[in-house]
Ligand binder design. Structure first.
Ligand code: ATP
Ligand code: MG
Length: 220
């Protein structure tokens, strides 16, 4: 069973009297333990697709299935719950909170639920991405590559089934990007998560099990 399945997804945006179809009937399924790179020219619908997969946006037509459950018509609260349970996010600009330590930043996605304490898991994940000696450092005391490793640990803290990444190596030099992709690949295998990553980076497509190309809102 795929973690996420999109069937004939259409996304239209209304700008006053102009209508833009950002996605024009996209099918996509991603399995656990699989990394899919999403590529395509600017404006082809990559971010829109990632937002639909991440339950941050809903399709105009078509269906979205997460872990076998049709989530297309769940509504905002239901989508938020499913997103927290099953999806982790990694962004190009890390988005770490400057006043928080590495450990605190990693626990952020678990803070909405006061009945669980993920501090031990946060420490363990940071150790596994090579930051065991940097647990109490703040983001400005860490390099870009180290900050992105904190972000990877944060994406994994709630034991997601899929990680979505928007240009995860976009702010990093080639070598640092390679170590981040090594970490992502290792965590993908160890935690058996699916990864969908939007990228302009050739290097990332080499790490991916599969590449999906969008052109003008359709898969090529
Ligand atoms: N909120 C929105 N309202 C109106 N139009 C939008 C909105 N979001 C995206 N679009 C339009 O949908 C199309 C696809 O945009 P999208 O951001 O998905 O492209 P992209 O492939 O991520 O491009 P880039 O590589 O530049 O980030 C574009 O024509 C864009 O202008
Ligand atoms: Mg984009």
């Amino acid at each position: 069973m795929s973690v996420i399945e999109l069937a004939d997804v259409v996304k239209r945006y209304n700008n006053g009297d102009e209508e833009i179809a950002a996605l024009k009937g996209v099918d996509l399924a991603v399995d656990r333990g699989e990394m899919v790179a999403i590529i395509g020219p600017s404006g082809s619908g990559k971010s829109t697709l990632l937002n639909v997969i991440g339950l941050l946006d809903t399709p105009t037509e078509g269906t979205v299935t997460l872990d076998g459950q049709d989530v297309t018509d769940l509504g905002t609260d239901g989508l938020t719950d499913r997103r927290r349970e099953s999806i982790g996010f990694v962004f190009q600009a890390y988005h770490l909170l400057p006043i928080f330590t590495a450990v605190e930043n990693v626990t952020v996605p678990s803070m909405w639920d006061s009945t669980v304490d993920r501090t031990d898991r946060a420490r363990e994940l940071l150790d596994r991405v090579g930051l065991g000696e940097r647990l109490s450092h703040k983001p400005n005391q860490l390099s870009g590559g180290q900050q992105q490793r904190v972000a990877i640990a944060r994406a994994l803290v709630n034991e997601p089934h899929i990680i979505l990444a928007d240009e995860p190596t976009g702010n990093l030099d080639q070598d640092t990007g390679a170590t981040i992709l090594d970490e992502l690949t290792r965590m993908k295998n160890e935690e058996n998560v699916a990864i969908a990553a939007v990228t302009h980076d050739e290097q990332l497509t080499n790490y991916a099990d599969r590449t999906v190309e969008l052109v003008d809102g359709v898969r090529r």
